[in-house]
Design a protein around this ligand. Structure first.
Ligand SMILES: [Zn+2]
Length: 412
């Protein structure tokens, strides 16, 4: 029975590795074709603000990125084929691990390091070739590698102890480790969300409070109206790395804040800043972050339960091309193979996120003018050279935000 399960799992898993990658390549090609076909056609509602040159630039920029995505997907596909069916992960385990708890940790850390190193060329090409070509890049080589090193040190300092705690829990609590690990991970994730805005993000960027002036008093008035009493509004020096602009809402509890990129702040009028802020406050008031956290906790609870239920089934390990049964291997399969099964559910989170964006837009219109939000969005898309219209399948699968065309239709 076990052998049969193992065999079918291998076939299913191998099929998913291939199909998922091919599907993503197909979507990238669809999107590229859609944009190229429409490269001379600007939707009427943007015709006043987006020039044919802007539109052309956004098409070519997206096309370059999509080309790189396709190369990356083929590269990733071959890596996954190597790690799993060609048993690269199994031999890595044999080489670096001594079948102890520490060995399990060394295996997982080595795998993550190798994978990050192998994906490095893509972030390098993206920053120094594509972003540079379209005039967005401001990152120097020094900054690029400093960021990389900082990120590596920081994640090692945080994740390696966490990994040991989980592995120790797994070996000491034979039947309840999954609930305990789930609890530990939940506390850890909430802790990270809590400290991220005030401790981690400032290691990479400078966050300054808004300067005094008429805009600041308007913002304070809006915060008062909406009832937002937290750390407030910050401007981030995003211009150190790129000219792309954005604004986001982050943190929870007392650590909530709205962050504007300085690159966006420079381009928006006071009215438009108020409209964008009202949108971000919509995310806060409508409790979008707690809702997202709640969903991910429920999913991770079932993930741990599944891990526990499958932990004693030998076919589960061999089904994923690992002839070693250990806690480290179990964590490895759940961290790096499980996503091939959940891949087909990922549009659900995009749908949820797009629904939240429409809600935040509607909220914004109660405190700001719809026309100001439209102007701000147009500028955001124009200066980031983002396409204002996209292939519907591509949007359905990936987009966390509705296209501006869809947002405009609801705003009018
Ligand atoms: Zn939003």
């Amino acid at each position: 029975m076990g052998n049969l399960f193992s065999y079918y799992t291998q076939i299913l898993f191998l099929t998913l590795i291939i199909i998922n990658h091919l599907w993503e390549i197909y979507l990238a090609r669809r999107q590229a074709n859609y944009l190229m076909k429409n490269r001379f056609r600007i939707p009427e509602m943007f015709a006043q603000d987006i020039t044919p040159d802007d539109h052309q630039k956004s098409t070519l920029y997206a096309d370059d990125k999509l080309r790189m995505t396709q190369v990356k997907l083929i590269y990733q596909l071959s890596l996954y084929l190597y790690w799993f069916p060609f048993r690269g992960a199994e031999s890595l385990y044999m080489n670096v691990s001594n079948f102890t708890l520490t060995g399990d940790a060394v295996f997982l850390i080595s795998f993550v390091m190798i994978q990050s190193l192998l994906s490095l060329p893509f972030s390098y090409i993206s920053t120094f070739f594509i972003e540079k070509k379209y005039g967005f890049n401001r990152t120097t080589h020094k900054l690029f590698f400093t960021d990389l090193l900082k990120g590596l040190l920081l994640s090692s300092m945080i994740l390696i102890p966490l990994l040991f705690v989980v592995l120790l829990t797994m070996s000491y609590f034979k039947n309840s480790w999954w609930v305990i690990s789930f609890a530990i991970l939940t506390i850890f994730q909430l802790g990270m969300l809590w400290i991220y805005p005030s401790f981690i993000a400032p290691m990479f960027n400078k966050f300054s409070p808004l300067s005094e002036g008429p805009l600041k008093s308007r913002i304070e008035k809006l915060l008062e109206e909406v009832g937002f009493h937290a750390q407030g509004i910050f401007v981030m020096d995003a211009s150190r790395r790129s000219t792309h602009g954005n604004a986001y809402f982050t943190g929870f509890g007392k650590n909530k804040r709205v962050v504007f990129y300085d690159t966006l702040m420079d381009k928006l009028s006071d009215d438009e800043v108020i409209a964008v802020l009202a949108h971000e406050l919509g995310h806060l008031k409508l409790k979008h972050i707690p809702k997202q956290i709640a969903i991910s906790l429920v999913l991770s609870f079932f993930g741990f339960l599944a891990m526990y239920l499958l932990s004693r089934a030998d076919w589960f390990y061999t089904g994923h091309f690992m002839r070693i049964t250990s806690n480290g291997v179990l964590l490895f399969i759940f961290s790096f193979a499980a996503s091939f099964y959940t891949f087909w559910f990922s549009p659900l989170s995009s749908i949820f996120s797009r629904k939240n964006e429409f809600e935040a837009d509607a909220f914004a219109c109660k405190y700001a003018q719809a026309k100001d939000l439209k102007h701000a969005l147009t500028k955001l898309y124009k200066f980031n050279a983002s396409p204002v219209q996209s292939d519907p399948w591509y949007v359905f699968f990936y987009y966390s935000h509705p296209t501006p065309t869809e947002r405009f239709q609801r705003l009018s």
